[in-house]
Design a protein around this ligand. Structure first.
Ligand SMILES: Cc1cc2nc3c(=O)[nH]c(=O)nc-3n(C[C@H](O)[C@H](O)[C@H](O)COP(=O)(O)OP(=O)(O)OC[C@H]3O[C@@H](n4cnc5c(N)ncnc54)[C@H](O)[C@@H]3O)c2cc1C
Ligand code: SF4
Length: 511
């Protein structure tokens, strides 16, 4: 009997994949916990534990369904700790005559697997992971010949193609985009629905990871691991979101407040990115909830969510496959600084950054506006090298995989791609942070003070950023207005702001 070895990666836990529709004794699945994957970034401990736990649960489920599975645990003595070494060994030891895999989401792994296929003696094939709405090249085909890649156009095309919230060729309400309704600050006394957390007992797995000496960041309560680790829990989280969070998702999508780590966000990115649920299932469930409760759930809540999942998520993936590997080298502003040391500890006097970083260390999660307008904004104003920024984001978040991390970090957040993903850099002074959050009131620094000991660092760094990048940004039509304000400022005020910024940059680890 000819035998086939099929590789399953840790982010390919799609139980609805066509591979599993039949049970075939000539096929063996291999899953491996390996050091090349634990060590390519300094990951949050919850990310390593969460992925391994989900992989183990998936392997057990496959076995229960009658599939043949080889599972290599992190401390197994016959585990050679790298894809190529393990695959070559298994192919020869078990006399497999074919090797198959699903297309990985990451360029690094894609290249590695293609290289393995060139060196092994047996035939090999790769197929789609059957997860996304779009193919790897769909975005490139869609924008062929265009100078700019406008997300909104791609999003509308996908809504039409997949008939999501549509009435024939038109959006169901006559309007495509409700973004302007989705920028409200949380009222002071408003208490969001407490997040659904799971109580997975993963202490033994955590001990194995400690024994393997994998270097990680962040904290964990492994006896009550809060993230979903299987399909059932992921569907429960989706249900929870649709029932309790969707009614206010859009309204407070950009809001931030201390000690509330997830507000009305779905926290589905981990389940989605390791493919425990599909974006199709997520969209279907959310739209069904809106159809069921149209009087309670305003349309802006649903449209805002759909845009994140079929707009931004698919768009970022398309940009990634279109622009890699060059994308990972882009540094439009030629930024060279290091990340401040407190990015790893949360020990800063700046309330907004303290909260965003501490919750990232505690939960391996921050929501989009914290990532973009607090940590990302600061790193960009401070001129941190995009490689450093990428490494931090790639490690710290439980949902961080390069295809969606690098496009968001290097592209949307750091503008290191010079405007492929975004039309202008996302930077702000204290004014925006105060408008969208409750951080400034309790901060050591004062949002309205521009220079002096208590001056909010965001404000002087903001003007410093525009000043030092004038040659690169002044012609941008979306920014010109800021340069008019800057030019009209009194010379003494400008000098004082630039000196203040320089002081902060020189003492960045003490902020
Ligand atoms: C600097 C930076 C780094 C980021 N790194 C990652 C990352 O490594 N992995 C990741 O999945 N997302 C990343 N994002 C996008 C976004 O912040 C997260 O997807 C979101 O915060 C996940 O939380 P949630 O599931 O509660 O999202 P919700 O707010 O509930 O949104 C629903 C879903 O929409 C999708 N989505 C929303 N925004 C985006 C976006 N900009 N790009 C792609 N998908 C999006 C996600 O799948 C998310 O689960 C990053 C954003 C920034 C600014
Ligand atoms: S005053 Fe400045 S540093 Fe403090 S919370 Fe507000 S924006 Fe952040």
């Amino acid at each position: 009997m000819s035998k086939t070895l099929r590789l399953l990666l840790g982010d390919q836990l799609n139980s609805n994949h066509s591979w599993f529709s039949t049970v075939d004794d000539s096929i063996t699945y291999v899953m491996m916990e390996i050091r090349t994957e634990t060590d390519y970034a300094l990951h949050h401990v919850q990310k390593v534990v969460g992925i391994f736990a989900a992989m183990r649960a998936f392997a057990t489920d496959l076995k229960i369904k009658g599939h043949q599975v080889i599972y290599l645990k992190i401390n197994d003595e016959y585990n050679l700790q790298a894809f190529d070494k393990n695959i070559v060994k298994l192919l020869s030891e078990h006399n497999f005559s074919r090797f198959e895999y699903q297309w990985p989401d990451e360029y690094r792994v894609d290249r590695l697997l293609k290289n393995i296929c060139k060196t092994i003696a047996v035939a090999s094939t790769a197929i789609d992971s059957e997860h996304f709405f779009t193919t790897r090249n769909e975005l490139a085909d869609f924008f062929e010949g265009k100078k700019t890649y406008v997300m909104e156009n791609f999003y509308r095309a996908l809504r039409k193609k997949h008939r999501i919230l549509m009435d024939g060729d038109q959006p169901i309400t006559g309007k495509w985009n409700y973004d302007s309704d989705n920028r409200k600050k949380l009222p002071k006394e408003h208490k969001p629905a407490p997040p659904l957390q799971f109580n997975n007992e993963l202490s033994l797995l955590y001990e194995e990871i400690l024994k393997a000496n994998c270097k990680t960041i962040g904290t964990i309560d492994a006896s009550q691991f809060l993230w979903p680790i299987n399909r059932q829990q992921s569907l429960a989280l989706l249900d929870f979101f649709a029932t309790h969070c969707l009614p206010l998702f859009g309204t407070y999508q950009d809001a931030m407040t201390p000690n509330e780590w997830s507000l009305y966000h779905s926290r589905l990115s981990f389940s989605l990115n390791i493919k425990l649920v599909s974006p199709h299932e997520v969209i279907t469930r959310v739209v069904a909830e809106w159809n069921l409760r149209p009087a309670e759930i305003e349309f802006n809540q649903v449209e805002g969510f759909v845009r994140q999942v079929i707009g931004w998520r698919e768009y970022m993936r398309g940009i990634y496959w279109n622009k890699m590997p060059n994308y990972a080298t882009l540094n439009f502003f030629n930024h060279q600084e290091k990340l401040p040391s407190w990015f790893w500890t949360g020990k800063t006097k700046m309330s907004c950054l303290k909260d965003a970083i501490n919750q990232s260390l505690q939960y391996a999660y921050a929501h989009h506006i914290q990532r973009l307008m607090i940590t990302g904004n600061f790193a960009l104003l401070a001129g941190v090298h995009p490689d450093d920024v990428d490494q931090w984001y790639l490690g710290i978040y439980i949902d961080a995989f390069e295809w969606v991390e690098i496009t968001n970090t290097r592209g949307m957040s750091q503008f290191a791609d010079g405007g492929i993903v975004g039309t202008k850099p996302y930077v702000s002074s204290a004014a925006y942070i105060d408008k969208m959050s409750h951080y400034c009131g309790s901060c050591y620094y004062k949002k309205n003070i521009k220079v002096g000991e208590k001056a909010c660092p965001f404000t002087s760094l903001y003007w410093n950023f525009y000043d030092r990048n004038e040659s690169k940004l002044a012609a941008n039509p979306r920014i010109g207005m800021m340069y008019n304000v800057w030019r009209k400022m009194k010379p003494d005020d400008k000098t004082a702001l630039l000196e203040q910024a320089q002081y902060y940059l020189n003492n960045i680890n003490d902020l």
